[in-house]
Design a protein around this ligand. Structure first.
Ligand SMILES: [Ca+2]
Ligand SMILES: [Ca+2]
Length: 543
């Protein structure tokens, strides 16, 4: 099949400078852009938008730019932008596979299945490793860049759909990057594109369990890291072509530092600050793309260190990009100086992949469960990531009763995992619980429900928190037994020494056990043991 986009009108060639199209020799010979001065005090949209909605509108915008005429040689491809309707490329199209597959992953919606299938038709006709260029050293970055997206798209697609039929495509992209190291000292774009490809290559190698690919990724990553350290102002703090040094930070986070996690926090502290807060408007027609890569770099720095300052910078860039959908059609232009009739599918995909998806993922909740305990329901969950940007609220609905009140009085924070005990439940009644993850700037995602029938004794026994707690010399615990029998109640100090004990026989049901113990101030563990099973509560003695 002849690649139609290679035949372009003169007008389109002139306009093509604003797209992710391959650069000319002359353009490639440009040095790194000057390091960007940090900029503060810009206006932001953070906290004034819903990232889920921005993502949804963004990928709908991308969908409107797919070639859907089956007789068109570019069938299935994604058009570059509103002002570049005859430019259709593989990178855009691979990005769309990622966008829509992730949407299905997030929502279960199959609305884009046909779009994804069409994108694959285009991609297989114009695979990443056959992109134009390659003839000269200055053009080789383009295939490397595209193969990075090829791996990313195929991985997401395969994980979401379970369809392995495009795995050969992803593997070929990976092998191409592994076998065709380009000269990364020669051109700035070669460096950034290799940094991007190397993060994908390492992840892909891990994903498919290929040791040789992983070794290639690490060898390349070490070169990228050494060069970045040699000249961080340009290789981390600058930009070239459609890329910026955010790709360097992200690429190393996903490759070298996956292998050497102990080195990452110190490295980030030293080098991540080379990234600017925001590339100012008007410096080039691609500043939104550069900012998107810096946003991705800040996300990596945050996940490497848990330092909230990086999250703030990530969030600021995200808000800045979102604010540029001034005509509210879901798409954004390539530059802050761009107009709303020049929105680009690829920059919109960048905003979704590098920004909105990250925000949504950081509000992710996993392992949500609601369990009946004597006298309460225990709701538990975990954050999807160690470092994330959420506090939580718990909502309860009684089945058959209208209303879904919030049941916690203060937002639930601190390190994951989380537990919340809801005592306002009636034995035998059925409840549903939802957990709302609330982001730092006010947007939220809700997960659930987890269903539970309160009361009864699903466990063979239960132990309540002591009351009062803290206590001085006298406190009480409730114990509950499914069947009558012997139960041992003991108190241990934190060194594991038993400091109080009572063995007794109890009937089935709930019993209040009074504890009189004159213990030194401190934290103790109260253990109820029935047969081989034990339940433990922390208690605090104050004097
Ligand atoms: Ca727009
Ligand atoms: Ca528009």
């Amino acid at each position: 099949m002849k690649r139609a986009r290679i035949v372009m009108a003169a007008a389109a060639l002139a306009a093509a400078a604003a797209a992710t199209q391959i650069w000319t020799e002359e353009e490639m010979a440009r040095p790194f852009g000057p390091p960007v001065a940090p900029r503060v005090g810009y206006s932001l949209a953070a906290g004034q938008y819903d990232p889920h909605e921005v993502y949804e509108n963004g990928i709908a915008f991308v969908a409107r730019w797919q070639v859907t005429d089956p007789n068109d040689p570019n069938y299935g491809g994604i058009i570059e932008g509103e002002d570049l309707t005859n430019v259709i490329q593989t990178d855009n199209t691979q990005e769309s596979v990622w966008d829509w597959s992730r949407w299905r992953d997030m929502t279960g919606s199959r609305e884009y299945d046909d779009y994804v299938a069409r994108s694959w038709i285009y991609i297989l006709n114009f695979p990443a490793w056959l992109e134009e260029g390659w003839g000269s050293e200055s053009q080789k970055y383009y295939r490397i860049y595209n193969c990075g997206w090829g791996m990313r798209a195929e991985m997401m697609y395969r994980h979401v759909t379970g369809d392995t039929s495009h795995q050969d495509y992803g593997l070929t992209c990976a092998q191409f990057v592994a076998d065709n190291a380009i000269n990364i000292t020669l051109y700035p774009a070669n460096f950034y594109c290799t940094a991007w490809a190397v993060g994908n290559l390492y992840e892909y190698a891990e994903d498919v369990g290929d040791a040789a690919l992983k070794a290639s990724a690490l060898a390349l990553a070490e070169q990228v890291k050494a060069l970045a350290e040699e000249a961080p102002a340009t290789r981390i703090g600058s930009y070239s072509w459609a890329m910026s040094g955010g790709a360097t930070v992200w690429g190393l986070h996903e490759s070298y530092f996956r292998e050497h996690p102990g080195e990452e926090a110190a490295w980030m502290a030293q080098y991540a600050p080379y990234m600017p807060e925001l590339v100012p408007a008007g410096s080039n027609t691609w500043d939104n793309a550069w900012n998107a890569w810096f946003m991705l770099g800040y996300y990596a720095a945050y996940h490497a260190t848990g330092d909230a300052a990086y999250w703030t910078r990530f969030d600021n860039i995200a808000g800045n990009l979102v604010a540029q959908d001034t005509d509210d059609d879901g798409g954004i232009p390539a530059s802050q100086a761009g107009t709303s009739d020049a929105d680009q599918s690829w920059v919109t995909s960048y905003m979704c992949y590098m920004g909105m998806d990250r925000i949504l993922r950081d509000l992710g909740v996993k392992d949500l469960a609601a369990e009946p305990r004597p006298g309460e329901v225990r709701v538990s969950w975990a954050a999807e990531f160690e470092y994330h940007a959420a506090n939580y609220n718990v909502y309860r609905e009684e089945v058959g009763v209208p209303g879904r009140p919030k049941v916690n009085s203060q937002p639930i924070g601190g390190p994951s995992p989380y537990e919340f005990a809801d005592p306002h439940v009636a034995v035998g009644h059925k409840y549903r619980y939802w957990v709302e993850a609330e982001g730092a700037t006010g947007f939220s995602r809700t997960f659930g429900p987890a269903e539970v029938t309160a009361g009864g004794f699903p466990l063979s026994f239960g132990l309540s928190q002591n009351y009062p707690n803290p206590f001085s010399t006298h406190t009480t615990v409730d114990i509950a037994l499914a069947e009558g029998g012997e139960a041992d109640l003991s108190i241990y100090d934190l060194a594991g020494r038993e400091v109080w004990r009572r063995d007794d026989n109890y009937g089935a049901g709930k019993h209040a056990v009074e504890i009189d113990a004159d213990l030194p101030a401190g934290v103790y563990l109260c253990q109820l043991k029935v047969g081989e099973e034990a339940a433990v509560r922390r208690m605090v003695v104050v004097k």
